[in-house]
Design a protein around this ligand. Sequence first.
Ligand code: BGC
Length: 749
Amino acid sequence: MKKISFIVYTFIIYPLFVFSFAQQQYDAKIDELLSKMTLDEKIGQLVQIVGVDKDEENLIREGKVGSILIGIRGAKESNRIQKIAVEETRLGIPLLFANDIIHGYNTIFPIPLAEASSWNPTLVRKACEIAAFEAASAGTHWTYAPMVDIARDPRWGRIMEGAGEDPYLGSVMAAARVKGFQGDDLKDKTKIAACAKHYVAYGGAEGGRDYNTVDISDRTLRSVYLPPFYAAVKSGAASIMSAFNDLNGIPASANYYTLTQILRNEWEWDGVVISDYNSIGELVNHRFAKDKKEAALKSFTAGVDIDMVGDTIDGNVYSPNLKNLVEEGLITEEQINKSVRNVLRMKFKLGLFENPYIDTEYFKKNVPSQKYKDSVALQLARESIVLLKNENNLLPLKKEIKSIAVIGPLADSPNDMLGSWSAAGKPEDAVTVVEGIRNLLGEKIKVNYAKGCGINDSDTSGFEEAVKIVKQSDAVVFVAGESREMIGEAASKTNLNLPGVQEKLIKKIYEVCYAAHSTNQAFSQSAIPLVVVLMNGRPLTINWISENIPAIVEAWYLGNQAGNAVAQVLFGEFNPSGKLPVTFPRSTGQIPIYYYQKSTGRPAVDDEKYTSRYIDSPSTPLYPFGFGLSYTTFNYSDIRVDKPNISANDSLYVFVDVANMGNVDGEEVVQLYVQDEFASVTLPVKELKGFQKIKLKAGEKRTVSFRITSDMLSFLNAELKKVVEPGRFYVMIGGNSADLISTSFEVIQ
Ligand code: BGC
């Protein structure tokens, strides 16, 4: 009993006490500061500027700036600017310096979509810790990450910035990233504040067109798009960014329902809401506000605390308008105080009042070794790789081969390895596939490299050279894909085929590799093995490659260690274990296609008319969500539950035996999906509710268990109330969303 009281006190009561004491401490300090601030100074805290020139330095001196989108300037420069705020303003309130640290600061990790393919939140958290350290040491307090938008449309270029299509995987990754950036205490000098973005449903843009309209039901909003934000908030995210898009008729940056009712009233969150870049000013373009003044009124009263780009020609929304709005009685000073409180609280939490400057000595002394940073970057890059196809075990390539042709516009392009948003990352620190193979095999192998063609042009003059080196080599690796500029913000596409003449060249090389082997050509003795490695930030439509090329490796943009990771996978130093966080369509016409579909009244049967299918395409995707191969195979058997039925608020265990059937060790992501057989509203055919990444030695078999809680069985009923309804539930487990074994149990009243 004593022990329990000790535990309760130590782990629950004491932390709560310390927490509320800290909160109260902040409240008192904030009140004191507020009582001294003029209205102009208060509004200044709600204004963010981009970069700093001489005029803006004066604005800082006048107390008219609260934060800066600082860019890559380094500690010295941020300390210089901070000094203006701390020493030359009336109240000495420190500035917040923000940046987009999306997948690394100096050390560039895989893009977030790739990281999600690792299904390894622990490793993702470590990467964010390193990013936070590096960014903090260079003068950043605040990152505009994680991007937690669910994205089910690969035409949308920003799909690369998030964790893909699924709300559960998205929530796990959101929590890992927030924890990685922020740790448990923002006062820690090596941590930075996170910002979950873009609130909300930005990824649901019509037709995948960036910045476009989103019109979704409240059910979809709450079941699909909000959960990762909720996970971020529950992990302590210090801030949230309101999105550019219109959401059900009300722009997300002026949406009282999402910004105040849900975020503040339902979730009881007291962080900072910042607009996206001029998203308040753009209310005029939405034709939702007649001018910037009305835009300021609408965003502010809906719940946006800070106006990003608040004092530039483009933005210019809060800074010139909030004061007038107060004076005209359209908003109250108390409302302003509330937002200022949020901003000041964040500054207190970050410890900026005690330590406004970057302590460069501290960072120098405590810097993690390059070796450690490289090892995390390499491990995450390796785990992010998804093996899409490996016919007749063509991979791994034998280390004994004497020569290899490495071809393609992405085979030796360090800049592209960094992907979109690369902060202070440098191309010269990024390893390409050509370099990676040399690093791995050195003199033992002759690497014949030819670019062959550009990423996105029609020039075929390099084909000849490529074909020539293929003929001189024992194996061929073609590195194909998109350039880093073809993904990310404002990079929506209608055509997801490989750009330019890349596929044409792949076809030519395929003919050379397998010439004169009409039957079972790919595996004839005299054929030259051909592997396609893809580098891209979105699913591409690769039907021909998928049908014809025997081995395909999805490498995304893997950051600094890209080439080393790819080489290690190609030659079997590392057994791939990544799984797709997003469905690969066969064609753009299939989009949106995702595993979390409804049954419909006429479930698709491909050769049956009057079912929910296409007449010119199979209804299945090219590669399903959760899919990814290994150099071994895993067998799932004997799925069972520990109880045949439970009551609605009870839980049960499901067990499954997973066996490594091959002769190499491997890792498998064991995925758990649930289906509620019949419900009072229509629900998806299956929903991911858990996963475990396990290592199995060659031949090893293990029982994996999951606890099924009532939360996992719940859904929003017609009144949007979270309920668990009695009836049968199917539990499905397997290595991808389309290949599962199942059992069931009943929830009884
Ligand atoms: C993007 C945000 C980003 C901001 C600041 C905007 O265009 O949508 O994601 O954080 O710019 O760079």
